[in-house]
Design a protein around this ligand. Structure first.
Ligand code: GDP
Ligand code: IMO
Ligand code: MG
Length: 414
């Protein structure tokens, strides 16, 4: 096995960043394939915390090549700031190990503005987006009026495209009650972005494909989660991309036969940010415990996350539509101290969750490094999740720090 996709199995924020970071020493390359700066992937190294929005979460490891595929929508301002921020903190000594696909679409300030103005109406179409311009950029991509990274770095091409597109965008901005953007300012700003990023822009599809053929180990980093997938999620309360494993092939430009394994990441409970259905949501003291102990506030927007119990039907759906070969369970430590832990095992005819209750535990489990180190009740809980989700549990995370995990099955070994 040399390729592994890491995908969120719930509504995002499952701990994908942490999982990617801890697996990176075993790989040559980490590739983002969809979403954009709506993602917030947290990596904790010792006392230091890094939140990544666009750069792959393998970026803290100097030897790792980091690729942003064509399926990602890139806000150049965020990308440049993120790279500079890492360099200031002593990471990314060789910035050229970051490669950006020439086919990836650019998020412009008008996309962000339109996203925010639409959401500000708080009407029936309110989604609770991150306001990062993600939906409007994917709309333009599909409508064939998007601007790609390859265009951004060619001022003449960029000028022509912006001259056509900006008046249309300004019309929409004004109709939503906003202030139109000035062409000269936007063009000047975008040209500077293009100059700064141009050395990173390449044919990423070819690079990734050749790396795999040359027997390099490659990790694909999903953003958001399966239940936020535009096709397989809780539509319309979803993001605007294919977050599922299949998105890795279209979002990088490689064939499905090059993918060996797909691991889903799920919390030991469930959270969601923004609007939309959440059957196992707990507004009780148990929900408060999860929010408090799990520090459940968004990494991108700071919004409090909605919290609830583990939902087996949701994760089984993820197992099916992603073809999961392994399940990673994170934040098991957050359940410590609860007298009982509930799991939704199915939904009844009225779609109301049916729960099974498991006895909790009080022991500190953050130092556990093998399943044997866990108290019996925690071990039983993990076994129950494995049995009910029908996916082998490959990794259990017991704290936010890189080292706080139990590796059940090492990847890249078969
Ligand atoms: P991502 O978007 O899937 O990468 O997840 P986020 O970074 O948005 O949210 C996960 C949060 O949980 C971050 O603050 C992580 O540092 C933290 N985290 C990850 N794994 C664990 C864990 O096993 N235990 C605890 N307590 N925190 C964790
Ligand atoms: P990571 O990668 C959790 C949610 C938003 C909103 C919906 C649409 O960190 O797991 P968008 O801005 O994408 O148009 O918002 O999707 N959302 C996320 N929720 N984690 C994320 O990313 C998310 N990215 C988007 O809250 O409900
Ligand atoms: Mg996140």
């Amino acid at each position: 096995m040399s390729t592994l996709i890491i995908v969120g199995a719930q509504w995002g924020d499952e701990g994908k960043g942490k999982v990617i970071d801890l697996l990176t020493p075993q790989v040559d390359m980490v590739v983002r394939y969809q979403g954009g700066a709506n993602a917030g992937h947290t990596v904790v190294v010792g006392d230091e915390k890094v939140v990544l929005h666009l750069l792959p979460s393998g970026v803290l490891h100097e030897g790792c090549q980091c690729v942003i595929g064509n399926g990602v929508v890139i806000d150049p301002d965020v990308l440049i700031t993120e790279m500079a921020g890492l360099q200031e903190r002593g990471y990314l000594r060789d910035p050229l190990r970051v490669v950006v696909s020439d086919r990836a679409h650019v998020v412009f300030p008008y996309h962000r503005l339109i996203d925010q103005l639409r959401e500000a109406r708080k009407d029936a179409t309110f989604i609770g987006t991150t306001g990062r311009g993600i939906g409007p950029t994917y709309e333009d991509k599909v409508a064939r009026r998007g601007i790609r990274m390859g265009d951004l770095i060619q001022p003449d091409v960029l000028r022509k495209l912006l001259e056509t597109i900006l008046p249309q965008k300004n019309q929409e901005i004004v109709s939503l009650g906003g202030k139109p953007l000035v062409f000269a300012e936007l063009f000047a700003q975008a040209t500077i972005w293009g100059e700064k990023i141009s050395h990173h822009v390449k044919d990423a599809s070819l690079l990734v494909e050749q790396s795999i053929r040359n027997k390099k180990q490659v990790l694909f980093e999903g953003a958001q989660g399966t239940a936020l997938d535009v096709d397989q999620g809780t539509y319309p309360y979803v993001t605007s991309s294919n977050t599922v494993a299949g998105g890795a092939c279209t979002g990088v430009g490689i064939g499905p036969t090059l993918i060996d394994d797909v691991w889903g990441v799920s919390k030991a409970y469930t959270t969601r940010v923004g609007e939309g259905p959440f059957p196992t949501e707990e507004k009780s003291s148990a929900g408060e415990h999860l929010r408090k102990q799990g520090h459940e506030f968004g990494s991108t927007t700071g919004r409090p996350r909605r919290c609830g119990w583990f939902d087996v039907p949701l994760v089984r759906h993820a197992a099916r539509v992603n073809g999961l070969t392994g399940l990673v369970v994170t934040k098991l430590d957050v359940l410590t101290g609860l007298e009982d832990v509930k799991v939704c095992v199915k939904n009844d005819d009225q779609k109301v969750p049916v729960y099974e209750t498991f006895p909790g535990w009080t022991e500190d489990i953050t130092h556990a490094r093998s399943l044997k180190d866990l108290p019996r009740n925690a071990r039983n809980y993990i076994s129950a999740l494995e049995e009910k989700c029908q996916v082998p549990i490959v990794l259990v995370s017991v704290g936010s720090e890189r080292s706080q995990h139990i590796m059940v099955r090492k990847p890249f070994t078969s």
